[in-house]
Design a protein. Structure first.
Length: 405
């Protein structure tokens, strides 16, 4: 008999990742993969099934069927799908929610209501939930909110300096990458780093989307992304923080519409915009020696990251542990070295050989601040959250039964 499993679905702005986790202890990942280039030409599905040593990739036919429907069609054809007992979704925006929740009609209505807060993610994530719900109405689904990790931030960190009436409408700093940060903090604790519970930590999730979080005694106190995931650090195609008057300037002088501005700051800026070459850090590192545009894009990314470290160290009152994660953070030693260069005043000293090898700890033994590289795993965090919800429900049912008896 096939072991019970949890299906995780991680919908991004241009991809949908999925994985099946067997519900034993520890959770074990089985069939997994992703649909890439969502909403663009050349959309493809890639998968890997470690139980059968099967892996493949194929392009989706350009028809009217949505990627959500295609994914469910394909998953339902897989033998392991019959073992799924619950589905967990990464939901980028959770407003005031502080923990994962079972999906209900009321929750879906709420997500529809706040979808304008993040039009790049929420509509497609809602579609994924509703597609599963239509096909398998009895299958429990759990929404895991990327914003939940940051709900511990103090009021002063959440407050945006705009007229107060907008705060009452939900215009405030929310922060994102919360599933990644929650996983990294669990890993820090597992590794025995005392800063995970009683120290000052800066977490850097540096990938296509990039952000940092300041964590004191295990709780988020600030983060670089704000009302939307576009703000904060320079990213692959997102601008990060900009002068607010740039929008009106471009509207007046370039006749740029709101939609065009949104597209520019989310999909045409960052590394891609500055370099005019690529949004991929690997491409830019390969070309920076002979192309000034690539050199400047990498330099800007590292410089802005260094500034955020300094500001968060000030907010924390010092620094005990710094963590690199995400595609760039985990795999680009040259970027890590440049970001940390000159941060000796914060107690950061990088050991060259450890950094080149992407060791778990890349700081020197004498470094006052421990600098770590920890591969993040949002999907595993989703699976853990779903398992926790299912266990809570099961325990509640058992308790109710005993009370009745």
């Amino acid at each position: 008999m096939t072991n019970a499993s949890i299906l995780t679905i991680n919908g991004g702005s241009s991809s949908i990742k999925f994985a099946l986790y067997q519900t034993g202890e520890p959770l074990k990942r089985g069939l997994h993969g992703k649909i890439d280039r969502v909403g663009m030409s050349g959309t493809s599905l890639t998968f890997n099934d470690p139980t059968t040593n099967q892996q493949d990739s194929f392009k989706l036919a350009p028809d009217a069927k949505s990627e959500a429907s295609f994914l469910m069609d394909w998953l339902e054809e897989q033998k392991d799908f019959e073992s799924v007992q619950a589905v967990g979704h990464r939901v980028v925006h959770g407003m005031q929610h502080t923990a994962p929740l079972l999906v209900t009609r009321e929750l879906l209505d709420e997500l529809h209501h706040v979808s304008p807060y993040d039009p790049d993610h929420l509509p497609s994530e809602i579609e994924l939930i509703e597609t599963v719900r239509q096909r398998h109405p009895k299958l429990p689904q759990v929404a895991c909110f990327d914003t939940a990790f940051h709900r511990t931030m103090p009021r002063v960190a959440k407050l945006l300096p705009v007229p107060r009436r907008y705060d009452a409408k939900g215009v405030q700093r929310y922060g994102f990458h919360g599933l990644s940060y929650a996983y990294l903090m669990e890993e820090l604790a597992r590794l025995g780093d005392p800063a995970a519970t009683t120290g000052r930590v800066i977490l850097a999730h540096l990938g296509n989307g990039a952000s940092m979080a300041a964590v004191r005694n295990g709780k988020s106190i600030d983060t670089s992304m704000s009302f939307t995931p576009t703000s904060g650090l320079v990213m692959s195609t997102r601008s990060g923080d900009l002068d607010p008057s740039l929008g009106p300037y471009l509207a007046r002088n370039e006749q740029m519409t709101t939609e065009q501005f949104f597209k520019m700051v989310n999909h045409e800026s960052g590394l891609r915009g500055v370099s005019e070459i690529s949004s991929d850090m690997r491409d830019l590192l390969a070309q920076e020696a002979h192309d000034i545009r690539a050199l400047e894009a990498v330099a800007l990314f590292c410089y802005q990251a260094k500034k955020w470290i300094g500001s968060f160290a000030a907010a924390l009152g010092g620094l005990d542990t710094f963590v690199f994660a995400g595609g760039i953070g985990e795999n680009a030693p040259r970027v890590r070295d440049r970001i940390c260069d000159g941060l000796g005043f914060l107690g950061i000293e990088i050991e060259e050989k450890r950094n080149a090898a992407s060791d778990g700890v890349i700081s020197t033994d004498a470094s006052r601040t421990t600098v770590r590289v920890i591969p993040t795993d949002e999907d595993l965090m989703i699976a853990r959250s779903v398992r926790g919800i299912l266990k809570t429900d099961t325990d509640s049912e058992k308790s109710a039964t005993k009370t009745t008896l």
